[in-house]
Design a protein around this ligand. Sequence first.
Ligand code: NAP
Length: 279
Amino acid sequence: MPKTVLITGTSSGVGYASVDLFAEAGWNVIATLRDPDKVPDFRHADQVMVLRLDVEDISSITAAVDAGIARFGRIDALVNNAGFGQYGLFEALDRDRIQRQFDVNVFGVMDVTRAILPHFRAKGGGVIVNVSSGAGIFGLPMISAYCASKFALDGFTEALSYELASQNIIAKLVIPHGGIDQTRFHERSAADFVSDDRLKDYDAFLARTRAMFGKMAGGRLMSAGYVAGVVVQAVTDDSRQLRYFVGDDARGFIKARQHNSDEDYMAHMRGFFEADMPG
Ligand code: NAP
């Protein structure tokens, strides 16, 4: 009997690419998206059920889980992929913007997870893969709200994994870092970027940091399909591996975080963002 996966945020990017890869691997796919007018062309349409699911709307979550189970009989895996990046200096972001960042990237993941866990327990197991980011492993200036949400997602997933192991449910993280091509992520982050003309004190810092990000962006981006391949691997490899890092770590951020003392890690990061600052 083919297995079934429910994926959030499949209108574009990693979520969209994951639908096709799972279907090619013989899985049934419940491809969820929040705007039914934006359904992309999925290949293998016979294996793909498209449903509306807005992670900020709990009734749409329970309806999609129920409809998916009704159609395919069971759900074996959940991929919490939906997310966006609220960029801007912390002082430029009001509380509503930050709340929204957490509503989608953290509470949305928790709500979809909560909706599916009784089903996983009833059938004796399941796999949950949460798509995080390098921004959940290291902090970067100008994206503090996004970092805070992805750090929260990382901590939540690790903590949850211990609880769910007792139920034969495996929770994992896929952590793309370094930028992904063929997504709407950067276009949307740029559109949502908040600036505040009253914050002139940051002008020199902003100019320098923008130049630094510009240099960093010059590196090679991964394709959404490549990241989707790691999502499929995380769901299907039958391992207990918690974190799947995806990216070439060209700036050494992941390596510095994992293998250096905190002092050396901060020296590495400050070299990028505070190189010519006093003290
Ligand atoms: P993307 O093309 O912008 O896709 C994001 C998806 O999330 C879209 O389908 C979007 O739907 C959906 N979404 C946003 N808010 C939602 C909500 N309230 N309810 C349901 N769906 C919602 O970007 P992507 O790169 O594929 O992003 C996928 C994941 O990868 C995200 O969690 C992101 O944080 C992570 N990531 C991305 C990068 C990168 O460089 N792109 C790097 C590291 C991690 P709409 O079309 O309706 O907006």
